[in-house]
Ligand binder design. Structure first.
Ligand code: AMP
Ligand code: ZN
Length: 114
């Protein structure tokens, strides 16, 4: 998707603070962090929203969550706790239409979320 910000990050056309990448996913620091650790994990493949997932993407989504858990552990938050969030469409506040898993950690996170 030539007009997708996160595809451009995957392709290297837009700079980002990359923290992890493999054949399926890329992870980088959120530009407007909401917690001491705020990383976005995205698939290399363009998928606009969770509504657009296909059965063939099941392993990809699993890879995104496993990458999040690995990074939480790497930063020492796996026992303290962390949050993983997908926002989907307007009322949930999705602003970039290439799915991204937010990994948030390092402070007490309230529930329910705003
Ligand atoms: P969402 O509101 O769930 O769609 O999340 C989009 C996230 O992308 C927000 O937390 C933004 O701060 C973040 N973001 C937007 N542009 C960039 C960028 N160029 N690099 C890193 N994070 C970004
Ligand atoms: Zn994209």
């Amino acid at each position: 998707m030539s007009d997708c910000l996160f595809c451009k990050i995957v392709e290297g056309g837009v700079p980002a603070a990359l923290v992890y990448q493999d054949e399926a996913v890329v992870a980088f620091k959120d530009i407007n962090p909401q917690a001491p650790l705020h990383v976005l994990i995205i698939p290399r493949k363009h998928i606009a929203t969770l509504n657009d997932l296909a059965p063939e993407d099941d392993a990809l989504v699993g890879s995104m969550f496993r990458a999040a858990a690995a990074m939480a552990k790497e930063h020492g938050y796996h026992a303290r706790g962390y949050r993983t969030v997908f926002n989907t469409n307007r009322e949930a506040g999705q602003t970039v239409f290439h799915i991204h898993l937010h990994l948030l950690a390092g402070r007490g996170l309230t529930w329910p979320p705003g």
